[in-house]
Design a protein around this ligand. Structure first.
Ligand code: NAP
Length: 292
């Protein structure tokens, strides 16, 4: 079994981007910029945005966090987004979700210029992905494909089973792996909570991508020998032996399933870190495509 080391690959990506940004600086050019918009006082969101700031600083990418009170109106938020749509120094716009109730998240996402939509949530990018055109791909699915590429895992003709059909993980990764392109071209099946017998599907997986938010749901008897496991789940379970009283596990029972798998992502240390790295990569891409 080979561990798909998201920590190492994410570090490699940051190092590669830093090299590119150092070159731009040496040439006296503008560098890529990322704005994160954070509304309200959600501590998980704040931690997430802080880690993005740290990543940007590490690679020399320009970054700013626009913090707004929870009572901001939808129009005020859209005005803020539009000001960054027209700002030449910031090439990627990130809206940290969830947003407060009075704000329609769909409307806010649609206000982001598709050219700066580094999260890949804008309907234009989603649509372009589905029809096989160039598009920003949301960071978690993009990170999954990047892991498969860097570990040289064959995907053409392989049966990829995706557990979960969310707009941020399940559907986009299914669409990515379905593309008639290099590093994809898989046969894809998507499962969700209405599937009567999940094992029937999971046993067929050459590559199993689990994104359901159910701790250690996938067990060894549900997969075949040699399966490639991508565990997207991030779940807290009680663990009195730890200081915090809990630990983080994925949607796959790592101890059991790793014995049968050819490759597997750990949780933590797998897909989550790739998600962060792909946000930087998408911002760099936005700069390359539209910013110079
Ligand atoms: P979500 O929006 O809650 O969607 C969960 C999906 O799983 C739904 O489609 C649901 O089916 C399906 N599902 C739930 N229980 C199931 C079961 N027993 N059998 C089959 N399908 C089942 O979740 P999400 O946002 O995609 O996130 C999924 C997990 O990934 C969470 O643990 C989340 O924390 C984690 N995550 C990690 C990252 C990362 O960077 N590593 C990024 C995003 C999310 P229905 O559609 O029928 O309800």
């Amino acid at each position: 079994m080979i561990l798909l080391d998201g920590k190492k690959i994410a570090q490699d990506i940051r190092t590669e981007l830093k090299t590119e940004i150092d070159k731009l600086k040496a040439q006296g050019k503008n560098v890529p910029g990322l704005v994160a918009i954070l509304v309200g006082n959600n501590s998980a969101s704040e931690i997430y945005v802080n880690s993005k700031t740290k990543d940007c600083n590490e690679i020399g990418m320009k970054t700013v966090t626009e913090k707004r009170e929870a009572n901001i109106s939808e129009n005020q938020l859209i005005d803020l987004i539009e000001s960054y749509n027209n700002n030449k120094d910031y090439h990627g716009i990130l809206i940290q979700l969830p947003l407060p109730k009075q704000i329609n998240a769909d409307k806010v996402i649609e206000a982001i210029s598709p050219k700066k939509d580094i999260d890949g949530f804008h309907p234009v990018n989603v649509g372009n992905l589905v029809i096989g055109k160039e598009a920003f791909r949301s960071c978690t699915p993009a990170g999954i494909q990047e892991l498969l590429i860097r570990y040289k895992i064959e995907t053409k003709g392989k049966h990829v089973i995706v557990l979960g059909r969310s707009n941020i993980v399940g559907k986009p990764i299914a669409n990515i792996m379905l593309q008639k392109k290099e590093h994809a071209n898989s046969v894809v099946t998507i499962c969700h909570s209405a599937a009567p017998d999940i094992s029937y599907y999971t046993k067929q997986a050459d590559i199993l991508i689990a994104a359901i938010g159910s701790p250690q749901f996938v067990k060894a008897h549900m997969v075949k020998d040699g399966v490639v496991i991508i565990d997207v789940g991030i779940n807290r379970i009680e663990d009195k032996t730890t200081k915090k009283g809990y630990r983080v596990v994925g949607d796959v029972d790592f101890d059991e399933v790793s014995k049968k798998a050819s490759y597997i992502t750990p949780v933590p240390g797998g897909v989550g870190l790739m998600t962060r790295a792909m946000l930087l990569k998408n911002t760099f891409e936005a700069y390359r495509n539209y910013g110079i």
